[in-house]
Design a binder for this molecule. Structure first.
Ligand code: C2E
Ligand code: MG
Ligand code: MG
Ligand code: MG
Length: 283
């Protein structure tokens, strides 16, 4: 405390920046080790069909607890993985873990698809479609069992390359979703160019639905735009029964959020699905 008080504001600022820089470098090294040692895990969160109340998709969310840094969130380490080139290995690890898990669920009678997030860097990786096709074949899964989620922002970084890649993925029968819709800079004209099947409304608009404010207007018009473009519309960040009822009234197709479940490890997710299906049929 003494030393800090003696320093000027600028010195404290620079020291803070150095610390952040060191943390980033340390995290990248630790992440490289974690990927090599197979220490990343994936959790699954249900996407529920609103009219039928059935779980259709499981979104796959990567998790990392580092020996040195403890729990680190994907919002912090995914950008580092992109900057360092580790994202290629990370994406493949997550995809393969998701498909292996899905294989088991299918064998045990669960009719689900998995939704995996891609980063901007993946969207310019021309080798990805062939790799994915080979992993689907390896696990004996049809392409209709896989959805890939991309954000508007990541598509816009190199839009021509990304659109070409998305066409190849979709041509192979994989479904595509636009994630975090409403937070990016893209125009509707650009959205029309994207060969997608599903539009996910960002949770920042959904979380407070059912309370007063402008969010209901934004969500309602986004659902209309999505439907007019022939897309399924998903709301992420559904936290309250009132929010879900508002979405149902607006004819939103699917809902995802803490109201149903937090992201869970594979075994817990499977149990949750069976329990959820049991309560649905009795109500
Ligand atoms: P996302 O793809 O939009 O995923 C949804 C995020 O919202 C997840 O955060 C999820 O845990 C959180 N969430 C779900 N329901 C609720 C809710 O009701 N309320 C609130 N407040 N939050 C909710 P998470 O797991 O921390 O992931 C953050 C972001 O990191 C993801 O956003 C995605 O962009 C990225 N990400 C996660 N896993 C991967 C991955 O395997 N690959 C890539 N490239 N990105 C990933
Ligand atoms: Mg997502
Ligand atoms: Mg999202
Ligand atoms: Mg997000």
């Amino acid at each position: 405390h003494e030393a800090k008080r003696d320093r000027s504001g600028l010195e404290v600022y620079i020291a803070g920046r150095d610390e952040q820089h060191l943390r980033r470098l340390g995290l990248i090294a630790a992440l490289r080790d974690a990927i090599a040692r197979d220490e990343l895990t994936v959790n699954f969160q249900p996407k529920v069909d609103i009219p039928s109340g059935r779980v259709r998709h499981a979104e796959v969310l990567v998790r990392w607890t580092s020996g040195t840094y403890g729990w680190v969130g994907p919002d912090e380490f995914i950008p580092l993985a992109e900057q360092s080139g580790l994202i290629h290995a990370l994406t493949r690890h997550v995809l393969d873990a998701a498909l292996a898990t899905l294989r088991g669920w299918c064998d045990r009678g669960l009719d689900l698809a998995v939704a995996v997030n891609l980063s901007a860097v993946d969207l310019v990786d021309a080798s990805l479609p062939v790799w994915i096709a080979s992993r689907l074949a390896h696990h004996g899964l049809g392409a209709e069992r896989l959805i890939l989620e991309v954000t508007e922002t990541s598509v816009m970084r190199d839009v021509d390359a990304a659109v070409a890649l998305l066409h190849r993925l979709r041509g192979a029968g994989i479904r595509l979703a636009i994630d975090d819709f409403g937070t990016g800079q893209s125009s509707l004209a650009q959205l029309k160019r994207l060969p997608v099947d599903e539009l996910k409304i960002d949770k920042s608009f959904v979380m407070r639905l059912g309370e007063a404010g402008d969010d209901a207007i934004i969500v309602r018009s986004t659902i209309e735009i999505g439907h007019n473009m022939g897309l399924k519309v998903v709301a992420e960040g559904v936290e309250t029964p009132a929010g879900l009822e508002a979405l149902r009234a607006m004819r939103c197709d699917m809902a995802q959020g803490y109201l149903f479940s937090r992201p869970l490890p594979a075994a817990a997710f499977e149990q949750w699905c069976r329990a959820f299906a049991a309560t649905e049929t009795t109500t």
